[in-house]
Ligand binder design. Structure first.
Ligand code: UD1
Length: 343
């Protein structure tokens, strides 16, 4: 079976993808500098799969260390590149750190891949590249216009997509699939791996589960005066396990030489928009726990509403996000409870 290199493989989406790849029989080498994840995640992966992935504590910006990885594993057939800093607010405060981490690592990786003749890369991109689409582009298809990024983080995703396109243009052997994620949430059904935010969570779901667990006083719902049915923002919340499976499909597509274009783009979402208040109410309904919340003012930089048109991923990639929202929210709560037990 082929070996896949997963950068950022102990992170949230990386760990779930590593599980799905291994369960499909792939050999996986994980590299991660553990800057925003723990080495214990490997125990969770091993407990689920019954086998431990190869692991190296390496920063993707470290040319020599990365070169060594490719020398050690000459059977690497494709790379899935997750490793990146991802906090929107932090990126505004530390733009240089974001540009160095997120852009430097991709350049290093592409150089080393070329040197070792590894010609397939799946890149972890984001719906943030679309900004707030106008009405005619909702739900958002892959052809919706790219808009100026609202944060250095968002800009690194756009620049990285361009770097991949330019390199593919220069090198006809390079194949890439850019996966634009909507809002990944939830945890593995085993509750052995999940999202582990550092400090106070900025994203909705970890804040919801931590509040329900009594770790936070109350959830602040950022705005109920948007032009949406209940006034709160709308997003396309996609189950992280469904998202992980899309990566396996993308890798398969490349390795089987089925890609129609050298660089392909897929939006990964459910096609369904849910408001913040719908998430809150459904979470309370599913778990039966108390979730204190308060409506407060809008959060700067928030987009009013965005959800995916996943038709291309459904038809071309042969993938669909099918887990019901209730099951996803239950998995997030199960993971939170598991974390509390471990303490
Ligand atoms: C953001 C980024 C996205 C990035 C993602 C991953 C933007 C526009 N989008 O998505 O590029 O990939 O984070 O980290 O910056 N909310 C509350 N209370 C909270 C937290 C969130 O009401 O305590 C609301 C937000 O206003 C938003 C929704 O919940 O409407 C989702 O927020 P969040 O989970 O932070 O994701 P995005 O902002 O959509």
């Amino acid at each position: 079976m082929s070996r896949i290199l997963v950068t950022g493989g102990t992170g949230y989406i990386g760990s779930h993808t590593t599980v799905e790849l291994m369960q499909q029989g792939y050999d996986v080498t994980v590299v991660d500098n553990l800057s925003n994840s723990s080495v214990d995640v490997l125990d969770g992966i091993e407990a689920i799969v019954g086998k431990r992935p190869q692991f190296a504590n390496v920063d993707c910006n470290d040319y020599n260390a990365m070169d060594k990885i490719f020398c050690t594993y000459p059977d690497i057939k494709a790379v899935i590149h997750f490793a990146a800093s991802k906090a929107v607010g932090e990126s505004v405060e530390k733009p240089l750190m974001y540009y160095r981490n997120n852009i430097g690592s991709l350049i290093t990786l592409l150089e080393i891949m070329k040197q070792h003749d590894v010609r397939n890369i799946v890149f972890s991109s984001s719906c943030t590249v679309y900004g707030q689409p106008d009405d005619e582009h909702l739900p958002v298809g892959e052809d919706a216009p790219i808009q100026k990024a609202l944060s250095p983080y968002g800009n690194t995703k756009q620049i990285n997509e361009e770097i991949i396109r330019d390199e593919a243009h220069a090198d006809s052997n390079l194949h890439a699939i850019l996966l634009r994620y909507f809002n990944p949430i939830g945890a593995h059904p085993s509750a052995l791996i999940g999202e582990l935010p550092n400090g106070v969570p900025q994203n909705l779901l970890p804040f919801v589960t931590q509040t329900a667990a009594g770790l936070r006083k109350e959830l602040k719902v950022f705005g109920d005066d948007y032009n949406t049915p209940d006034g709160s923002c709308i997003r396309d919340y996609i189950y992280v396990v469904d998202l992980a499976k899309a990566h396996v499909k993308a890798v398969e597509r490349m390795l089987e030489g089925k890609a129609d274009e050298q660089v392909e783009v897929f939006n990964l979402g459910t096609g369904r928009g849910l408001s913040v208040l719908e998430i809150v109410r459904t979470f309370i309904d599913v778990t039966g726990v108390n979730l204190p919340y308060q409506i407060v003012g809008r959060r700067e930089g928030d987009i009013e509403q965005v959800w995916a048109n996943p038709k291309k991923a459904n038809e071309v990639l042969g993938w669909r996000a099918e887990t019901p929202t209730r099951d996803i929210l239950a998995s997030a709560w199960k993971w939170q409870c598991h974390l509390a037990e471990k303490k």
